[in-house]
Each structure stands twice: as structure tokens, then as C-alpha cells.
Design a binder for this molecule. Structure first.
Ligand SMILES: [Mg+2]
Length: 419
């Protein structure tokens, strides 16, 4: 069996952040709205109990919500980014192996810990005490099963917010209580296609043949099946099965001290994330930039910071996203530290086609959309970063060491094997 891995997920994160500063709202229904007050993107438990759904439009529901005494907030990504940094800072004290996955979720490697469950309970109390945000912790042997555990912790009131699925029997029992689309990486459309081959429950998916799944679907779903079976195979730095958040963050191959090099690296990650996002037809209303020193070198001065940046309107345009990210970096960059990592998260992704403009705010223009398509096509055909934004730099001394990287024989024309 693999070593334990935990996922910590903040409960109703944006709503909890708003409550932090208005404790009188504890126990009352709270909704946070997307950019331009479009629709619900976070709900307190009380709002959920009243039947408010993710994506419910404000203008269609405001009378009903007023009757319920709903407390309504416009999204405040600066605040959420800052609270996120505080939570992550606490989490980093609980593992040498922290992988930030979204603004309110992180995976923690717990290999070598004698009592992962007890550790998780202490962690949960510490976050509540020091930051004031409620979290749930799921622990198991793969990331996908840890996600299942987290969901189980959330849905089981007497779990105390922690669930450890350490045996196959417990995993089976937990999976039996879930629906297919509760499984991490099984999106909206997959359940129908899975039903065509007789798979309608998480347990049936777990017991499917991974090779068959790869042939009929794709390698992403194959990994999900293997992870459900207990074989760890999802590396977030390479691939996330989820499309609600896109994160690109990397450790540098060496220390980076200057702002310019950080900005180059960040620009390149934004470009990468934007390309992934466009591939899925999505756009983002807000991003979060993060910087981090080397936590494995406690003798050096340590610094970790994030900054949330709200776009005036959701976009998939690399140029606009780079501008926003560099602005965010300027707010948190401090000279004098030796940085080991930077990254960017795109938050609250939604279909680009449904972005609503207004008199003053225009979605990406057809010309810009076409330009981005061209960039993506050229890079797909001629190799990653062949066409890129000038501020991502030409030298790239900061790049992650990958001298031993084998060519991408099967996915790049330029790296096809010559015989
Ligand atoms: Mg959450």
C-alpha cells in the first residue's frame, strides 16, 4: 500500500472568508457572487440548505433571496488570496511535502507519520485557531481516494471533519455512498458515456479494466481508475483531472532573486495555463499569483505570499492574463529573498462562450480569440513556446532542470523519432 496522502479543503471558502470579518453572520445564509454580481459561486451551509445552487443567477433570484434574509457579497479575490496564503502557511508546518492545488485546497504528503488521522485533527484545529477557517481533511493512499475521503468527511457530521480511508474495505464503503460525478476527474459528460458500457457507479468504475478505459476514453480517466484501485499516478505538476481550476507552478532549477526573472517565469506559466484553459473552451474571472522561498532550507529567510487579482471581465486572452499576473507579482514580490517557486492559479473557470459583457465591459473580441487560436495552433505544430509573449524571456535560465527529459516522441512533430 502507498504512503498516506491528505487533501485539505476549506469549507465554503469564499463565504467563510467573508464571515471571518463579520462573525455575526455565523449561522446565517451567505452567498458570494461572481464578477459583476452575475451568479452564486460560494454558499454557506445555510444557503445550501435553502436550496441555492452554484451558478444561480442573482438577477433571477434576488427577490427570493431577500425574503430569506440572504447576506450577499460581491467576490473579493484580494481577500480570498490573502486568507488562502495564511491557511497554506499553517499547512506547510504540518508536512515537508505540500502541493497547493487550488485557492482553498492542498495535498499533503504524510509519509512517515505514525498517526495521520491524529495529525489531521491537530491540523484542523490549528487552522481554525490561527486563521479561523473551517476545513475538512481526507486521507488515503492516492489523491483520487483522498478526494473521496474528503467528501466523506464533509458529508458525515460525526466525522469531526476528518476521514481516513486506510483499508480497501473502508474505501469500498465510502465509494458505495457516492455517485459517479462525485469522483474527481469525472466531469459532467462522462457519466452518460460510461453508462453506455454499463458503468453507472463509482465501484463499477474502480473495478473496470484500466486498459479498456484508456482505449474507449482517454489516459486521464485511466489514471482515475488506477487511483481508485490504489495505484498513485496523478502528478499535479503535470496533469490535473479537474477543469474547475488550472494551476501552473514550478520549482526553479536554481534560486531566483531578481524580479525580472520571476516575471519571465510567471509569464511563461500564465501562457501555459491560458493554453490549457482555451483547449477546454473556458475563461477565468480571477487569478491568484504565488511566490515561495525554499521551505526545505529553514536556515534561509522564508517568505510565502499570494495575491488574488480580479479581472474586470472573464477572459481567455493571454495578454490580459499576463498583465494581471505581473500586477499581482509586483504586489507581493519582496527583494532580498531567494525564491524557489512561483505559480499562477486560474480561479472559477466557466465556459468562455457564456461570458456576459455589458455596456462598459466587453468579452474577448473575435480578433483576439482568433489570434489566440493561431498561437495555440502554431505551438501545437512547431513545439511548445515557439510563439510566445516577449516578456516570457529568451534566456530562461530559471527553467526547471530537465536535462534528462526524453523527447516527446508521440506528441510533437519536431521530436518524432528519425529512422
Ligand atoms: Mg472548498
Amino acid at each position: 500500500m502507498g504512503s498516506p496522502i491528505a487533501i485539505v479543503d476549506c469549507n465554503n471558502f469564499y463565504a467563510s472568508c467573508e464571515r471571518l470579518f463579520q462573525p455575526k453572520l455565523n449561522g446565517l445564509p451567505v452567498v458570494v457572487l461572481s464578477n459583476n454580481d452575475g451568479c452564486a459561486i460560494a454558499r454557506s451551509n445555510e444557503a445550501k440548505a435553502l436550496g441555492v445552487k452554484m451558478g444561480d443567477a442573482y438577477h433571477l433570484n434576488k427577490d427570493q433571496w431577500a425574503k430569506w434574509g440572504m447576506h450577499i457579497f460581491s467576490s473579493n479575490y484580494t481577500l480570498y488570496g490573502d486568507i488562502s496564503a495564511r491557511v497554506m502557511r499553517v499547512l506547510s508546518e504540518f508536512t515537508p511535502d505540500l502541493e497547493i492545488y487550488s485557492i482553498d485546497e492542498a495535498f499533503l504528503g504524510l509519509s512517515g507519520f505514525a498517526d495521520p488521522e491524529g495529525h489531521a485533527r491537530t491540523l484542523r484545529e490549528t487552522v481554525a485557531q490561527r486563521v479561523g477557517i473551517p476545513v475538512c481533511v481526507g486521507i488515503s493512499t492516492t489523491k483520487t481516494l483522498a478526494k473521496v475521503a474528503n467528501r466523506t468527511a464533509k458529508k458525515t457530521p460525526d466525522s469531526g471533519g476528518v476521514c481516513y480511508l486506510d483499508t480497501e474495505a473502508k474505501q469500498t464503503a465510502a465509494l458505495a455512498r457516492l455517485a459517479l460525478d462525485d469522483i474527481w476527474g469525472v466531469g459532467y459528460r462522462l457519466p452518460r458515456r460510461l453508462a453506455e458500457i454499463g458503468i453507472t457507479t463509482p465501484l463499477q468504475l474502480r473495478d473496470a479494466c484500466p486498459t479498456m478505459i484508456r482505449q474507449r476514453f482517454n489516459v486521464v480517466l485511466q489514471r482515475t481508475v488506477m487511483e481508485l484501485q490504489g495505484t498513485p499516478c496523478i502528478d499535479l505538476e503535470q496533469d490535473s483531472p479537474d477543469s474547475k481550476t488550472i494551476c501552473t507552478s514550478r520549482s526553479f532549477g536554481r534560486y531566483v532573486e531578481g524580479y525580472d526573472e520571476m516575471a519571465e517565469a510567471l509569464t511563461s506559466y500564465v501562457s501555459r495555463s491560458a493554453e490549457k484553459m482555451r483547449k477546454q473552451g473556458l475563461a477565468t474571472p480571477a487569478i491568484m499569483v504565488l511566490v515561495q522561498t525554499n521551505k526545505h532550507k529553514p536556515e534561509q529567510p522564508q517568505y510565502y505570499a499570494t495575491r488574488g487579482v480580479k479581472l474586470t471581465i472573464a477572459t481567455a486572452d493571454t495578454g490580459r492574463l499576463i498583465r494581471a499576473a505581473l500586477w499581482g507579482l509586483k504586489q507581493i514580490y519582496r527583494p532580498g529573498f531567494r525564491y524557489k517557486k512561483t505559480g499562477v492559479l486560474f480561479l472559477d473557470l466557466a465556459p468562455a462562450a457564456s461570458v456576459q459583457g455589458s455596456l462598459f465591459l466587453r468579452p474577448d473580441s473575435p480578433e483576439r480569440v482568433r489570434l489566440m487560436q493561431l498561437v495555440d495552433e502554431l505551438n501545437a505544430r512547431h513545439g511548445r513556446d515557439r510563439v510566445r509573449f516577449a516578456c516570457s524571456g529568451l534566456d530562461r535560465g530559471w527553467k526547471l532542470k530537465a536535462e534528462f527529459h526524453s523527447p516527446r516522441y508521440t506528441t510533437r512533430w519536431g521530436e518524432l523519432l528519425n529512422v
